[in-house]
Ligand binder design. Structure first.
Ligand code: ZN
Length: 285
């Protein structure tokens, strides 16, 4: 599941390669991928790519024609850049944008691919003036990195694990990085956001900046075009339940939910308590 650091490095790499490239064609082999139909993708031909950026977990491809492709990878999508065209039988292709680079002059393909059987990744083609009003962007909270106004955002009497992943509160964090951030801050995933004191709020802010910034720095060293199918996520706690805590060596525990898992260190985060699944499922609702 790509989150803020993975989307950020994708945007940086694609922006570096595609800035100024002229679009030759754009089409969507994924039958369900387009969420807008006017203007049609065909108007992109002849326009230049001015910027590839990010807002929350959305990728934004801005063009010289005052248009923006908004791309959401959901859990299994990747936006990658290839020298060769996708084969007609490549069933992972959802959106294909052919573009001409200047130096050296060659054609490349920006390809939205999606793995697995579900088609959940989506694309909108919007006029730039409409972007901020579009429901996908308008309802997003402030960016989780580098300096969100945390004190103003954390009033809710909801568990931290839920609040930090709520894109309407704060944009960019999902199931993987929330575990890392809360472990770094030594906070229980189930502590209510509104109960944090000043010292805890400060350590959470520091943990968010260090964890998300550290992941981006890691990707700057390790991620190259075309953007790998599997990003080398530097996770210490998430998906490491059963292993020793990297800080104190206590066994990392996990709480399993239908579609995600919360991993944490009982010594560092919950006062030594191991939390039972059933009770916590109720708490998180
Ligand atoms: Zn620990």
């Amino acid at each position: 599941m790509p989150e803020l650091p993975e989307i950020e490095i994708t945007a940086r790499r694609l922006d570096g390669a595609l800035h100024g490239a002229e679009i030759a064609s754009a089409l969507a082999p994924g039958v369900k991928v387009m969420r807008t139909f006017e203007p049609p993708l065909s108007v992109l031909a002849g326009q230049r790519i001015e910027r590839v950026g990010r807002r929350g977990k959305h990728l934004l491809v801005e063009t010289s024609g005052e248009l923006v492709l908004v791309i959401h990878l959901m859990s299994a999508g990747r936006l990658q850049l290839y020298e060769r065209k996708a084969g007609p039988r490549d069933r992972t292709s959802r959106l294909l944008v052919r573009a001409l680079l200047d130096d050296p002059s060659r054609e490349v393909e920006l390809r939205l691919r999606e793995f697995g059987s579900k088609q959940a990744a989506w694309v909108k083609l919007l006029r730039r003036a409409e972007l901020e009003q579009d429901e996908s962007i308008a309802k997003l909270g402030p960016e989780a990195w580098p300096t969100p106004p945390l004190r103003e955002l954390l009033g809710a009497p909801r568990p931290l694990h839920a609040v930090l992943r709520d894109q309407h509160v704060i944009a960019g964090i999902g199931r993987s990085w929330v575990d890392e951030i809360l472990w770094e801050a030594r906070l229980s995933p189930f502590k209510r956001a509104g109960d944090l004191d000043d010292r805890e709020t400060a350590s959470l802010a520091q943990a968010m900046a260090d964890t998300l910034g550290g992941a981006i720095d890691h990707y700057e060293q390790t991620v190259k075009l075309p953007i790998p199918d599997k990003l080398p996520m530097p996770l210490k706690v998430h998906r490491h339940e059963g292993e020793p805590c990297p800080r104190c060596e206590t066994r990392l525990e996990a709480v399993h939910f239908e579609d995600y898992v919360i991993a944490y260190c009982p010594s560092c985060q919950t006062g030594g308590r191991t939390l039972k699944d059933r009770r916590l499922s109720r708490l998180l609702k």
